[in-house]
Design a protein around this ligand. Sequence first.
Ligand SMILES: Cc1cc2nc3c(=O)[nH]c(=O)nc-3n(C[C@H](O)[C@H](O)[C@H](O)COP(=O)(O)OP(=O)(O)OC[C@H]3O[C@@H](n4cnc5c(N)ncnc54)[C@H](O)[C@@H]3O)c2cc1C
Length: 475
Amino acid sequence: MKNFRTVKPPRGLPREGFNSIIAKIEATVGPQHVTTAEEDLLCYAYDATNRHYRPDAVVFPGNTTEVSAIMRAANELRFFVVPRGGGTGMTGGALAIQGGVIMVMTRFDRIVSIDRDNLVAEVEPGVITGHFQEVVERQGLFYPPDPSSAAYSTLGGNVAECAGGPRAVKYGVTRDYVLGLEVVLPTGEVITTGTRTAKGVVGYDLTRLLVGSEGTLGVITKMVLRLLPLPGVARTLRAVFSQIQDAARTVSEIMRSGMTPRGVEYLDQAAIRCVEDYLHIGLPVDAGAMLLIQVDGSALAADAALEQLAGICKQGGARQIQIAASEQEAADLWRARHAISPALFRLGPDKINEDIVVPRSRIPEMVEWIDDLRKRTGLTMVTFGHAGDGNIHFNIMLDKGDKETLSKAEAAIEALFRQTIAMGGTLSGEHGVGVTKAAYLDMELGRAEIALMKRIKVAFDPNGVLNPGKIFTDH
Ligand SMILES: Cc1cc2nc3c(=O)[nH]c(=O)nc-3n(C[C@H](O)[C@H](O)[C@H](O)COP(=O)(O)OP(=O)(O)OC[C@H]3O[C@@H](n4cnc5c(N)ncnc54)[C@H](O)[C@@H]3O)c2cc1C
């Protein structure tokens, strides 16, 4: 298998092999859409995991035929291809960890059609999530999946990772909005899956298999997405708690009450302090935790729901409750939540970031357990996340050059994963496995399940050319 490194070739690949591969790709997409310039390779060596793998080339195909031709060449000449959208992935899915070509899908940026009668849109994978949301909302429609990275992530990356977001608690995740796909298989064949109809059960559900497959089974070149009518209004409430356990118990109470808020997000004290230090917006830095709760629907229903939620928060021990009086005020409240990821780096140059999920009723228990882990290890931990669906973003901030702290952090992550599984949870709610969680796969999945998944990978990608080393450590 050729990874065609040009500098310090680790596998001694001859220069001629590299040149013929580049020439073939250039002939397919045009030389202006391929680069091997060192400064370009550096830009595509990263995603949001803070890991660094220099690819050998970067290609920007412009249509399905070109993607197909590149995949055929990859099989013929045996080189690796790694699909990439906005590069905001949290588990290294878009990194060329074994070298090869990064295939950037950002030229696939058309919203092909919006069918208001059938609440369906046909879009290309390079469309930025937030842009798509704005376009459909201007037409009175709604695309619920809302990863906090929506301003930068692509719809293709969202489908490949089955992205979630704050609104998942009421509306579900990306999977619930994908009706069909056009996909170039690793072998270069083009398939279409699913339907444009509200229902459809003909054959195996390849759409569901491909959603969340992390760019390992095919390159998505078109998507048929389900839309909803735009809800009337969205209202936001912020509840501040002195004790994190009270906040966690309140989340469980809200979900038990039969209400379905659009989002229930939480920030622990470390997250609040970090964001305040970053934004200076007057957050309560002495608080143990903060909940951001959003409801939507008709103005009347939303107001009634907020009143009920405020009551539950008060009873749960909230020391301060603020209901946003305007859209601007609501946006200000959400600014804190959206700023957490960049703000965290004030606590350390490196981040280990996990997104475990536990059953909602066990959030208080998990929060307690994490607090204990923090005390036992002395590590700098920050937790926040989509508490409404049990999804806790657990971060350890550190300097990875400090080997002692690093090994302590790795042991803490393993303990966290074991605890998550013991509580009936899962290792990832939305960020996927990628590279960072591959070593832990067998903690959650059985031998037979992993073996079947590997056979599926081989059926799609017999020569192993697409995105190697992801999900499974040995594929
Ligand atoms: C600040 C921040 C906040 C975030 N918040 C959330 C959140 O709330 N919820 C959430 O779910 N995630 C979140 N993420 C993670 C990330 O944004 C999502 O995983 C997102 O879906 C990645 O999209 P992308 O376009 O950046 O994909 P990339 O990072 O470029 O790629 C991700 C994966 O998708 C594959 N891929 C990309 N395009 C294609 C394609 N066309 N065909 C096949 N495979 C493809 C890649 O190979 C890779 O495996 C966050 C990230 C950041 C940095």
